[in-house]
Design a protein around this ligand. Structure first.
Ligand code: NAD
Ligand code: TYD
Length: 358
């Protein structure tokens, strides 16, 4: 079956893994990567697939309604997988407006563009395929759990604390409202913390790998006691593929690694693995750990119950954490030019080289 699919945010961390999976696995689909190329967008993440006949890139802002409308209409798009977002909690604390603009208004602009084209066609493509708007969200919308506070299930009430999670919660509500009000075929997933290749080194794992490499301080917020549930990014992309094709309309699925780590324990493991792969004595860099002022409103614990996804669609993570973390550290150490290009800002020239101007 042929499909024309827009993937937004495809030049970012998770989006690039989703684009790669779809382009490689579905040569009969046309994949259109729509990305504004903010600081977090890096086309070098997709160098290996950029010449493929079933792939194209469009530099555009999802908030630009007219452009979104023509992209959906002119390409007979019948599926949207929406990942574009501002994604870093610390930035949201400094600059909440940008988060409201992209995450809330950008999602609304995409929804409205899809509705304008799909509703008159009875939410079906010319070939009779049911259209689908798939919104990628986060576990952070559920708020924070106590240490012994159970797990986030899909029916848990939203209680976001950061401007980032508040903006994602709002976008989730808009997506569900488009189903309930207009009948748009939507699906929403809420995933835990991702890790793996191509993550922008402002997030914990790539930032700390790079700092260990350069023997720079590792700034652990507060006492390092906050807990996160970590999932390898390719397993998230596999879940997205499955849910895009087989998930039920209007459903929510939680996605998680069943893999909780206290930050400080994770940092110690990361030092151990990185030192070993760098040929340094194990633990040699423990003294880089530096406790710093806590993040404002720092959520204590996130933990996902992903049993619905496992039960209903048969998904489970393919990698255990030690294996995934080692693979990840190895990738950053073997791709130091990628890391150096991102930290120096040189990655921003790549679009200009390929397409003209940024
Ligand atoms: P990222 O910050 O690495 O990438 C975001 C991408 O969106 C970038 O390529 C950026 O250029 C693009 N973008 C930003 N604003 C845009 C706009 N106005 N128009 C078009 N493109 C724009 O993010 P990520 O970590 O890959 O996260 C992707 C999605 O997954 C987000 O929606 C995020 O909320 C969600 N999510 C992330 C995690 C995680 O651990 N990283 C976990 C759960 C859910
Ligand atoms: P992060 O990777 O920013 O993801 P999120 O805030 O979405 O969970 O942070 C993961 C955890 O690590 C979080 O509890 C904050 C903490 N952290 C630090 O202790 N130091 C840092 O420099 C960063 C970036 C994060």
């Amino acid at each position: 079956m042929k499909r024309n699919i827009i993937i937004t945010g495809g030049a970012g961390f998770i989006g690039s893994h989703v684009v790669r999976l779809f382009v490689n696995k579905y040569p009969q689909y046309r994949i259109i990567n729509v990305d504004k190329l903010t600081y977090a967008g890096n086309l070098l993440n997709l160098k290996d697939i950029e010449g493929r006949p079933n792939y194209s890139f469009v530099k555009a802002d999802i908030c630009d309604f007219d452009t979104m409308l023509s992209l959906v209409k002119d390409n007979s798009v019948d599926g949207i997988i929406h990942l574009a977002a501002e994604s870093h909690v610390d930035r949201s604390i400094r600059d909440p407006f940008t988060f409201a603009r992209t995450n809330v208004l950008g999602t609304l602009s995409l929804l409205q563009a899809a509705k304008a084209v799909w509703e008159p066609m009875g939410w079906k493509s010319a070939g009779g395929q049911e259209c689908r708007f798939y919104h990628i969200s986060t576990d952070e919308v559920y708020g924070a759990l106590e240490m012994d506070g159970g797990f986030f299930t899909e029916d848990r009430a939203y209680q976001p604390h950061s401007p980032y999670s508040a903006s994602k919660a709002s976008s989730d509500h808009f997506v569900r409202a488009y189903h309930d009000t207009y009948g748009m075929p939507t699906v929403v997933t809420n995933c835990s913390n991702n890790y793996g290749p191509n993550q922008f080194p402002e997030k914990l794992i790539p930032l700390f790998i790079n700092n260990i490499r350069h023997r720079r301080p590792l700034p652990v917020y507060g006492k390092g006691e906050n807990v996160r549930d970590w999932l390898y990014v390719v397993d998230h992309a596999r879940a997205i593929d499955l849910i895009f094709h087989e998930g039920a309309v209007a459903e929510t699925y939680n996605i998680g690694g069943c893999n909780e780590w206290k930050n400080i324990d994770l940092v110690r493991l990361l030092i151990k693995v990185t030192d070993r792969l760098l040929g340094r004595p194990e633990g040699a860099d423990d003294d880089l750990i530096t406790y710093v002022k806590d993040r404002a409103g720092h959520d204590l614990r996130y933990a996902i119950d992903a049993s619905k996804l496992q039960r209903e669609l048969g998904w489970k993570p393919s990698l255990d954490f030690e294996e995934g973390l080692e693979k990840t550290v190895r990738w950053y150490l073997e791709n130091q030019d990628w890391l150096d290009g991102v930290t120096s800002g040189a990655y921003m020239d790549y679009y200009q080289k390929m397409y003209g101007s940024r």
